[in-house]
Design a protein around this ligand. Structure first.
Ligand SMILES: CC(C)(COP(=O)(O)OP(=O)(O)OC[C@H]1O[C@@H](n2cnc3c(N)ncnc32)[C@H](O)[C@@H]1OP(=O)(O)O)[C@@H](O)C(=O)NCCC(=O)NCCS
Length: 158
């Protein structure tokens, strides 16, 4: 993802996270950490054959721990494997950053996303009460140890 992608990404962001969409400023700030010698973020976009952005995802890597900052796929592309491809990209990035583990937060009511994470080996490790505002929705914290192993397993179909 580059700065010129932020406009179309924001359109998707508002549609997919209507209650707690990220601001333009937050995407700019995240991308600022994705370049240069001390880069500790990686953001990717998925484009359709016409060049339209239909998905995006980002990872932060700090002190050997990866954090899935965001992952989203345009609704008309759900269940085509795009979410899995984006997550694979993030876990490959985590491996490149030498992360020993990857963490994420997901709304407790977002079972669709949780299933995706479980397929990759993420396990629930805790709950953050009222993490998502407004709405006071709890976050399930999930953790994956050994992201490299998870990517190998998915790639080889085991
Ligand atoms: C969560 C999200 C990223 C998943 O994206 P996705 O592209 O639908 O993910 P996938 O297609 O890889 O997997 C979803 C399902 O499709 C199935 N699937 C994967 N590839 C498939 C294919 N080629 N053909 C048919 N089905 C397929 C998977 O088995 C999976 O089924 P399951 O949910 O029953 O396990 C997407 O729903 C989304 O953007 N949601 C809104 C934003 C959001 O909640 N983000 C997460 C915040 S923590």
């Amino acid at each position: 993802m580059r700065w010129w992608d932020i406009g179309p990404v924001l359109e998707l962001e508002k549609a997919l996270f209507p209650q707690d969409a990220w601001s333009k400023g937050l995407f700019w700030s995240e991308l600022a950490h994705a370049r240069g010698a001390n880069a500790n973020r990686r953001y990717v976009v998925a484009v359709d054959p016409d060049g339209r952005i239909v998905g995006y995802a980002g990872l932060a890597a700090i002190d050997g721990t990866g954090d899935v900052q965001t992952i989203a796929v345009a609704q008309e592309h759900w269940s085509t494997g795009l979410g899995a491809r984006l997550l694979t990209e993030l876990l490959t990035t985590a491996t490149a950053f030498e992360c020993r583990e990857v963490l994420l937060e997901v709304r407790v009511d977002n079972t669709r996303a949780q299933r995706l994470y479980e397929r990759f080996g993420f396990e629930p490790v805790g709950v953050r009460r009222g993490y998502y505002q407004p709405g006071n929705i709890d976050a399930l914290v999930m953790r994956l140890t050994d992201p490299n192993f998870a990517v190998q397993g998915m790639t080889h179909g085991s």
